[in-house]
Design a protein. Structure first.
Lengths: 116, 117
């Protein structure tokens, strides 16, 4: 079974608007970490934001926020005030259990295109 | 510190040839990971090292693949007798985990794109 599901292969957003990228996950481990990475056309994976399963508050990093709904097993990424430079592939990933030993499991990604 | 670097950035090889990729992690990062990313997919874990010890290997890592991190710094990934199905982006990532402590993010390099003809 897929651990990470990203149902939106592609998304379009107008510059300066907000956009939500969906991510649902599957785990029975109470300890897990959720990550979002951005991959521009250059290929490098850029870390954006992290949410631990025990964290009480939703994570925020500048224009990025993570809408963490534990009961629904969703960890959607919200990008506010989109910029042209936000156009890229976005990957949701999970680490379970949430320890330093565990590699990441990635979803298939969502391609975001920001329109001027 | 300039981040994780990988060499070469692109490699084209003929089926049956051996190839070797290098990854230089961020200085002092004790963990180093290799992932493979095929077109339209997210990265998939291959193997990882803590210092010079290879601690885990994915079932994706067939016996044609071997990885080393001899001095706990840079790492190499070798693919022997390449097949067309090996065509992919090979990503390296590193992280710093104090003994017994958690780590949060892995820092990725730009990847090596392999094309097997």
């Amino acid at each position: 079974a897929q651990k990470i599901t990203q149902t939106q292969p592609g998304m379009f957003v107008q510059e300066k608007e907000a956009v939500t990228l969906d991510c649902t996950y599957d785990t029975s481990d109470p300890s897990y970490g959720l990550f979002w990475y951005k991959q521009p056309s250059s290929g490098e994976m850029i870390f954006l934001i992290y949410q631990g399963s025990y964290d009480q508050q939703n994570a925020t990093e500048g224009r990025y926020s993570l809408n963490f709904q534990k009961a629904r097993k969703s960890a959607n990424l919200v990008i506010s005030a989109s910029q042209l430079g936000d156009s890229a592939m976005y990957f949701c990933a999970m680490r379970e259990p949430n320890s330093g030993n565990t590699p990441l499991v990635f979803g298939k990604g969502t391609r975001l295109s920001v329109i001027a | 510190d300039t981040g994780v670097s990988q060499d070469p950035r692109h490699k084209i090889t003929k089926r049956g040839q051996n190839v070797t990729f290098r990854c230089d992690p961020i200085s002092e990062h004790n963990r180093l990971y290799w992932y493979r990313q095929t077109l339209g997919q997210g990265p998939e874990f291959l193997t990882y090292f803590q210092n010079e010890a290879q601690l885990e290997k994915s079932r994706l890592l067939s016996d044609r693949f071997s990885a080393e991190r001899p001095k706990g710094s840079f790492s190499t990934l070798e693919i022997q007798r390449t097949e067309q199905g090996d065509s992919a982006m090979y990503l390296c990532a590193s992280s710093l985990t104090p003994d017994g402590g958690p780590t949060y993010e892995q820092y990725f390099g730009p990847g090596t794109r392999l094309t097997v003809t």
